[in-house]
Design a protein. Structure first.
Length: 317
């Protein structure tokens, strides 16, 4: 059953409930609008922390621009509140806002929280896209690459086949490893989350929109381009869906408020069946990311999720 964000928030949030995941329906029609599902071979999520729309537009990012030109881009995607890192990446990867998953700040751990999640698995975690995918398609392979230690805390690691953490803002080595992981699993459904915090740290250290902040985005763009080139060389590009994501913007030396510089981020997707060269005009939110991922694999969303699948991202047939 599809539940809109608005309708879900009208319900009581009393206590945690048992998680129930619907069986996959790869070839079935979506419940809303009869939209046929796209069964994706792999999905690559490229996440850069702290990217505001103004910063992306000012930076020289030919590879990100080229990727978004091949698909659908939103320059008006809203993040969840508060506009800080852990609540927002958790929202990207769980199809839900903090009012559902309970991650309301950057200090959340499974044993240290104020607001309990509305649903939890047997290990006490809110259902992530990794869990739902693996439950529906056991042969699917999942990977999580990150360089901010707290980022991994909200996810049950039993549903993540490979994780790699690097210290001191390092991220280039796991771009290389992500390629190897996709190559090793080229014949399986694969979900890879590839994240870097160095862009956010540049904003905190030097100020959002400073030359150093802009340079950090440009450096990431070069590495993203190198990865995409290698995916093409390995025959992994044409049958992949690739999403470009961020969690919040910033203003001066920080974020967490409700200004448009903090609350509006770029969001994009390219790949088979996705419209080309389209800038979204419909409303979009970071909670939609995981819903889109599951749709690409032909997997139903859990009832406790509130993210939607925007019709505008699909090519007309």
């Amino acid at each position: 059953m599809k539940i809109s964000r608005k309708k879900f928030l009208e319900r009581s949030l009393a206590g945690a409930v048992a998680l129930s995941v619907a069986a996959p329906a790869a070839e079935a029609l979506a419940a809303a609008g009869g939209r046929k599902r796209i069964k994706g071979k792999r999905v690559l999520l490229i996440g850069l922390d702290g990217i505001c729309v103004e910063g992306l537009r000012k930076a020289r990012t030919p590879r990100i621009d080229g990727l978004l030109a091949e698909g659908v881009a939103s320059m008006s995607t809203r993040v969840v509140m508060p506009s800080v890192t852990l609540p927002n990446w958790t929202s990207h990867l769980t199809g839900s806002g903090p009012e559902q998953h309970g991650v309301v700040d950057n200090s959340w751990t499974k044993d240290k929280f104020v607001l309990p999640a509305v649903a939890r698995d047997a290990d006490g975690y809110y259902p992530s896209v990794f869990k739902v995918l693996k439950d529906a398609i056991p042969e699917a392979r999942t990977a999580f690459y990150y360089n901010w230690i707290n980022l991994f805390y909200p996810y049950n690691e039993r549903y993540i086949d490979e994780s790699l953490y690097l210290e001191n803002d390092a991220y280039v080595p796991y771009y290389d490893r992500a390629l190897e992981f996709m190559r090793e699993n080229r014949d399986r459904p694969t979900l890879v989350f590839l994240y870097s915090v160095h862009t956010d740290h540049a904003g905190h250290r030097y100020k959002w929109m400073s030359p150093e902040y802009i340079r950090s985005i440009e450096e990431a763009d070069a590495e993203i381009g190198r990865l995409l080139d290698r995916m093409r060389e390995e025959g992994l590009y044409d049958d992949s869906h690739i999403m470009f994501l961020s969690d919040h913007g910033g203003i001066e030396y920080g974020h967490g408020g409700v200004t448009t510089h903090e609350m509006i981020v770029p969001w994009g997707i390219a790949g088979p069946g996705i419209a080309r060269g389209v800038e979204m005009t419909s409303t979009n939110n970071t909670v939609n990311t995981a819903a889109v991922v599951l749709h690409l694999f032909g997997v139903e969303r859990p009832d406790c999720w509130t993210g939607e699948v925007p019709d505008e991202i699909f090519a007309r047939r």
